[in-house]
Design a protein around this ligand. Structure first.
Ligand code: PMP
Length: 431
């Protein structure tokens, strides 16, 4: 990486954009150094403003499942742009998108498009509250559901990376109905349910968490949430912004065999264009305006360019389900290679992995929730990140994020990555 142009761009960016970035997780604040400014991407590779190539393990935080610049998506966008970029009025594309998602995902009778994962989660929570007539909800420490006020309590992702305990600007009122407990701690959920009987509208959860690194649900955890929701008349919301269409065509619901009442989606269903969606069971979704009075709206929602991009990607995944299996196999290959190298290195580490999500924590105990993730060695992670970046491997710049693999990665890319990890660990040990 040539530092010069990045440094120039970063100083320029900071003159007019807060911190030089349009989303905090992009800043290298916790790992240090200058964020890489990119110019283009193709397949599994990113190219920075100096033309330096990187193997990408972020995939735009999920959506580039089949790699960057996936030809059918690019062509579909080009053709759509010639026709129209926005109407603010209904299109057939939106129906196709809703029908396609319904055909792929369990428990979605009605679905509404929005423009981001934040909007999707914010709206799903409002629907759950409107439907149950209750205000409180349970979220898990270290899970991230976007930046709407009620979710910025013990949140993961950038909030955890920057160790922000209380977000100024989120009023006590907005946060007071947010009940939190540790991910994977079913007893704590039972206690919250008992202590707040008849007052809790919903439980929202990342079925496989990706915002404190990758953290797997313990056997019985999600089943327990389902049972508690049934017993207490609460709505179970699966935030599938990261899991959806990646862990399986039907997302975590299908892969883990658990039914949600409401589901949220994000970036994946726009193939990288700004999109989100929330949907679920008919009797719940019927409260949404104009059917019901739970108001939710968006000028650009169902935008035709975003719809055609997402439709093209989802159709490709549906037509060739082996693609997701291939991607899982590649992730397993990478995991095995990393395991070998890390074991030989001899220091404590944990690799958590599910489907095509993976993360490494430098820890001597299992990483099962936010507390154990936060106890890992983030100083070591910082060195690891930069040693890999130098070798052309682009990881999420935080130990509190999952890696996302894409199916354009070749075995050669994975071998290169494993070698780079080996060299990086050797370099770190020498210092
Ligand atoms: N939910 C989850 C699980 C996420 O990972 C994210 C973002 N990474 C969001 C919600 C918010 O999505 P967006 O950034 O599109 O608002």
């Amino acid at each position: 990486m040539s530092i010069d142009k990045n440094t120039t761009l970063f100083s320029r960016a900071q003159q007019s954009i807060p911190g030089g970035v349009n989303s905090p997780v992009r800043a290298f604040k916790s790992v240090g150094g200058t964020p890489v400014f990119f110019e283009k991407a193709k397949g599994a590779y990113l190219y920075d403003v100096q033309g330096q190539q990187y193997i990408d393990y972020i995939a735009s935080w999920g959506p580039m499942i089949l790699g960057h610049g996936y030809e059918p998506v690019v062509k579909a966008i080009q053709q759509q742009v010639e026709k129209a970029t926005s109407f603010g009025a209904p299109t057939e594309l939106e129906i196709e998108m809703a029908e396609l998602i319904k055909s792929m995902v369990p428990n979605v009778d009605l679905i509404r498009m929005v423009n981001s994962g934040t909007e999707a989660c914010m709206s799903a929570l409002r629907v759950a509250r409107g439907y149950t007539g209750r205000n409180k909800f349970i979220k898990f420490e270290g899970c991230y559901h976007g930046h709407a006020d009620p979710f910025l309590v013990k949140a993961g992702s950038g909030v955890a990376t920057f160790n922000i305990q209380t977000v100024p600007g989120v009023t006590a009122g907005a946060a007071s109905d947010t009940l939190t407990c540790a991910y994977n701690d079913l007893d704590a959920v039972e206690k919250l349910a008992t202590d707040n009987k008849g007052e809790i509208a919903a439980i929202i959860v990342e079925p496989v968490a990706g915002n404190m690194g990758c953290i797997l649900p313990k056997p019985g955890f999600l089943e327990g949430l389902r049972r508690i929701c049934d017993e207490e008349g609460m709505v179970l919301i699966f935030d599938e912004v990261m899991n959806g269409f990646r862990l399986a065509l039907g997302g975590a619901q299908e892969r883990l065999g658990i039914d949600a009442d409401l589901v949220t989606y994000g970036k994946v269903i726009g193939a990288g264009m700004p999109v989100g969606a929330f949907g679920g069971k008919k009797q719940i979704m019927e409260v949404v305006a104009p059917l019901g009075n739970v108001y939710q709206a968006g000028t650009l929602s169902g935008n035709p360019v975003a719809m055609i991009a997402g439709l093209t990607l989802l159709k490709a995944l549906k037509a060739t389900p082996e693609l997701l299996m291939e991607l899982d196999d590649k992730t397993q290959y990478l995991k095995d290679g990393l395991e070998e190298v890390l074991k030989a290195w001899g220091q404590p580490y944990v690799i958590n992995h599910f489907g095509s999500m993976l993360s490494i924590h430098f820890s001597n105990q299992p990483v099962i929730d936010f507390a154990t993730a936060a106890a890992s060695d983030t100083v070591l992670f910082k060195k690891f990140f930069h040693a890999l970046l130098k070798r052309g491997i682009y990881l999420p710049p935080s130990a509190f994020e999952s890696w996302f693999l894409n199916n354009a990665l070749t075995v050669d890319d994975l071998d290169k990555t494993i070698r780079a990890v080996k060299e990086s660990l050797e370099e770190i040990s020498k210092r």
